[in-house]
Write a protein that binds this ligand. Sequence first.
Ligand SMILES: CC(C)(COP(=O)(O)OP(=O)(O)OC[C@H]1O[C@@H](n2cnc3c(N)ncnc32)[C@H](O)[C@@H]1OP(=O)(O)O)[C@@H](O)C(=O)NCCC(=O)NCCS
Length: 169
Amino acid sequence: MRTVLYLKAANQADAEAEFDALTHLPSEHGFTNVYAGMSREIFMTTGLAQLLNNPTGINLPNGYVPETDFFLWSDDHIVGLFKVRHYLTPALRHGAGHIGYAILPAFRGRGYANQGLALAIQEARQIIHEDEIYLSVHRNNPASLAVQLKNGAVIAGENGEEYFTRIKL
Ligand SMILES: CC(C)(COP(=O)(O)OP(=O)(O)OC[C@H]1O[C@@H](n2cnc3c(N)ncnc32)[C@H](O)[C@@H]1OP(=O)(O)O)[C@@H](O)C(=O)NCCC(=O)NCCS
């Protein structure tokens, strides 16, 4: 049977599944997961509240903009995370950009990032009031570059470490 992939914004009702996914998602290739390694107790008492506050901008660390964290679900389990930042600061414009994402290691190589980014772009249309989505990718991350190009990205710049890409909204 074909699996159904969909995005769901972080929410209280899915706290257990969200905790389980976040603790299996390492920070790598510029994707950062502040919840990796967090104990269940800390997540349930403070981490989850922060996750739910991210879209509102409440209690964000200095320099952070509001962001909606969408989990990518395959049927009844989480397979990835797509973070949609609502607007750019100069640092984001010349760096990480609007969308950060990762697929849980156990579910990579199945096309989930390709499909998840397509879904995240649809969500971004409701959130981001710009003509283009900015993204970046480390030069040593060809899988992620492939995902972005497949979703219509063009390379708008580069430096020794990264490509800076854009997708028209
Ligand atoms: C990068 C990442 C999101 C890819 O997720 P994924 O679900 O495995 O990716 P998909 O299966 O959707 O597609 C990967 C694409 O990259 C291609 N690919 C995989 N490894 C590759 C490689 N070494 N060189 C070139 N292309 C590669 C695949 O063929 C596929 O392209 P296709 O659709 O044209 O066949 C995942 O590896 C990950 O979470 N990495 C850690 C965090 C990260 O890097 N986030 C992105 C930061 S910019």
